[in-house]
Design a protein around this ligand. Structure first.
Ligand SMILES: [Zn+2]
Length: 499
């Protein structure tokens, strides 16, 4: 089951006296260290706190709106030190800093602080410009209210929290341009906000903000974290906590490549067909369907898509083609070093990397021009990667991770599950370190006398629920096979011992 979205609020902060024809907003970059949307550009904001509803908000339409405005104002204060309350103009910058300290240290509650200093939140200062829900492919989901707020005069935003790396005033049009040039990553509501504002502060600004169904809580289906790469998550029978597999639609003005249409469910197959038809109706041709690897949650919709569109070429690695030969006919085989060229604008060349480990024939795709890596199930934005022998091989997997890590100028990883990762090197290092740490612990357990995967799981995987132990034993076996190949453990057909 997809997780339930949590209430949240975000602030689109406008620079004081900004040029209505080219308005400036304050955007922030999330820390690379964050596991959720690390490295993404965003607007300040965060999750509703249970005490937000205690603060009084004048002129609010209803208690729910009041609580969300209070949340937006508190987050704006906590993250940027900007106090969007009436009465705040009499405070000095130093007083605001000390107030912020009172709040973050817990000496004063948000509602208590506002009341004590006679600061009044007023709904007329917070213009509602949409409510966006994170699509169900993410484990962390938010139902976020966006508010347009004029930055109070004489208050300069400053990034004050560890979750954010930096922030700056930027013309909305320029910020959107940076995304168009593949220089930054952002989620759909941020991009919609920048694009809408970039068209100027006009009389119809608010209706333009609200013109999309997604601005009224309808989950986004096509997520374009990066231009020309549409992430289209489809519901699949996959491994929890994932509930969806990411299908990618990579397009130019003339061509479309489909990666991993994985859903066996008819409603999801239809949704994908419609998305593909939309792209084709603008004059594009289907280049091919590419399969990263053999798992059912990545190939479950191939035959349906092929039947619908007639003659589409399906391509994959030879190992995958062999494994799938009973169910899917493969037209072309791909090998390491092949380059897939998509004609049209922008010209795209995707280099094929054979990266075994999770599966023998696993493929990744690398776009050198934008530093984009399609990682299949080698790196995922949600959950963990299972290495299950004999299809899975830990030694190969670590070699593949090292190879991915050595790609220069990586700027984003698009995984087989979950959101994109804008902190690719941090992510790969985390994967490598996690595996090496497990390996050390497993070796120690064997040296201390644990002789079977079950005994090793009991002593090493103390953070894993007993329900997941069978899966953990498969992973331990993969580690043991690697340690055996490395000459560090031995197996006598019954027990594992230190070599
Ligand atoms: Zn897989």
């Amino acid at each position: 089951m997809p997780s339930v979205p949590k209430d949240a609020a975000a602030v689109i902060l406008l620079r004081p006296n900004t040029d209505p024809n080219n308005p400036e907003v304050f955007w922030v970059k999330r820390s690379q260290k964050l596991s959720f949307l690390g490295g993404f550009h965003a607007f300040p904001g965060g999750q509703l706190d249970s005490t937000d509803s205690e603060a009084k908000v004048e002129n609010a339409a209803n208690p729910e709106t009041a609580a969300m405005i209070s949340c937006a104002a508190r987050e704006l204060f906590e993250e940027l030190g900007v106090l969007a309350a009436r009465g705040a103009q009499t405070l000095t910058a130093g007083q605001r800093v000390s107030l912020l300290d009172d709040l973050t240290s817990g000496r004063m509650s948000w509602a208590g602080l506002l009341e004590h200093y006679d600061l009044r939140l007023d709904a007329r200062d917070f213009t509602f410009v949409g409510r966006w829900v994170t699509p169900p492919f993410s484990a962390r989901r938010f139902d976020t209210w966006f508010f347009l707020v004029d930055c109070p005069l004489k208050q300069e935003p400053n990034v004050v929290q560890g979750e954010l790396e930096r922030g700056e005033w930027i013309a909305a049009r320029e910020a959107y341009g940076r995304w168009e040039r593949s220089e930054v990553l952002a989620v759909p509501p941020i991009l919609h906000g920048l694009k809408t504002l970039g068209e100027g502060i006009t009389a119809d600004l608010i209706s333009r903000f609200l013109s999309k169904p997604q601005a009224h809580s309808e989950p986004v289906r096509k997520i374009e974290f990066r231009p020309n790469y549409i992430c289209f998550p489809v519901r699949t029978p996959t491994r929890p906590p994932a509930t969806h597999t990411n299908c990618y639609l990579i397009y130019t003005s003339k061509s479309l490549l489909v990666i991993d249409p994985g859903s066996p469910y008819e409603d999801e197959q239809l949704a994908l067909q419609t998305a593909v038809e939309d792209l084709l109706s603008a004059g594009r041709k289907l280049h091919s369907i590419l399969l990263t690897h053999l798992h059912p949650d990545h190939v479950g919709g191939v035959n349906a898509l092929r039947e619908h569109f007639g003659s589409i070429k399906v391509t994959t690695h030879a190992e995958t083609a062999t494994a799938l030969r009973e169910s899917i006919s493969i037209d072309d085989l791909l090998s390491d070093g092949d380059v897939i060229v998509l004609e049209g604008e922008p010209a795209m060349a995707l280099r094929v990397l054979h990266t075994p480990g999770h599966a023998r024939g696993h493929l990744c795709l690398h776009d050198d021009r934008t530093g984009t890596l399609i990682s299949g199930d080698n790196i995922v934005g949600l959950g963990s990667v299972l290495i299950d022998p004999p299809e899975g091989n830990m030694r190969d997997y670590l070699t593949s991770l090292e190879r991915m890590r050595s790609i220069p100028n990586l700027s984003v990883i698009f995984g087989g599950h979950g959101p994109a990762m804008a902190n690719p090197n941090e992510k790969i290092d985390e994967y490598i370190n996690h595996r090496l740490e497990r390996e050390r612990n497993i070796l120690t357990a064997v040296r201390n006398g644990a002789g079977s995967p079950a005994q090793i799981v009991a002593s090493v995987y103390t953070d894993v629920s007993p329900k997941a132990h069978a899966m953990a034993e498969r992973a331990v076996l993969a580690h043991l096979e690697k340690l055996e190949a490395d000459g560090k453990v031995a197996h006598d057909g019954d027990r594992w011992t230190a070599a």
